[in-house]
Design a protein around this ligand. Sequence first.
Ligand code: ATP
Length: 327
Amino acid sequence: MSKEIKRIAILTSGGDAPGMNAAIRAVVRTATHEDLHTYGIESGYKGMIEGNLTRLESKDVANTILRGGTILKTARCEEFKTPEGRQKAYESLLAFDIDAVIAIGGNGTYTGAYYFTREYDIPFIGLPGTIDNDIYGTDFTIGYDTAINTAVEAIDKIRDTASSHNRLFFVEVMGRSSGFIALETGIASGAAATFLPETNWGVDELMVLLKKAAIRKKLFNIVVVAEGNKSGTATELAKHVKDNFPEFDSRVATIGHLQRGGSPSAYDRVLASRLGYEAVIALQNGIYNKALGLVSGKVHFVDFLDAINKKKELDTEKIKMLDVLAM
Ligand code: ATP
């Protein structure tokens, strides 16, 4: 049953992602337009437990659309995983008369929202904010596009050195359990090979590739490796090549946290703005306790449980293409 929503609280949780501020801005501006009040919760669920809420008005989000990170800060909070922690969080929301919460984050954030909304009658809407793009129920997550662009830009620079010195660079990109960033980065940077957690590419395949390259006297190249690649990290793969293929001068570059930061891309700003706007409209229309995303460009809702448990698969056609184009 829908209730009148007058005060909305918003938080960012888990890893920060570029575009989170654009989503916060869109929520605040849409809420203001609809005569609702918005409260920013600082540091995710931690701030919810501690009652760290502040009124946000339109002017408070001015000049934030271009800023990376999150103006609300984010945190990992073990206490929210306990019923006692969630009870404290509920009491804080009651103290501020909060009618609904918009939580921006990844799978963990959605899991927290799922448990909370099973126990208490304050509705949540989840927005997908993570660079990894590993959330079911949306084609893109906020921050993913920027992260890929950052990785590609870095690899373009590494490629200059690689070709000048005839070096083989193993570049590690983020993605502990999913290869979304690595797949797009591999395609866009024209990598010779791309190692994903989802495929079973190993050193044998790499050796075949390098032998072919050596025949063509191409001793420089870029190999993209996802953090969670099962056949070895970028460092391990590079060592293997060094031991077995000394004619290749192999080096390792880890892009690491650079991928999280920076000004969001235009795509992420638009995505985050749309999702923030739609989240407020959804709450007004009585759509509660759902994860909101875009599928084929259209607004899409899924239950938290589906968003948490169902796996978003990589596009197998793209994986095929990656191999064809890399040769
Ligand atoms: P990212 O994908 O960037 O890592 P995330 O949202 O998955 O983002 P997590 O650190 O896994 O990041 O989760 C964020 C927060 O959500 C946790 O710190 C915790 O407060 C809450 N959370 C995670 N799992 C649970 C759970 N099982 N029960 C209740 N709350 C949870």
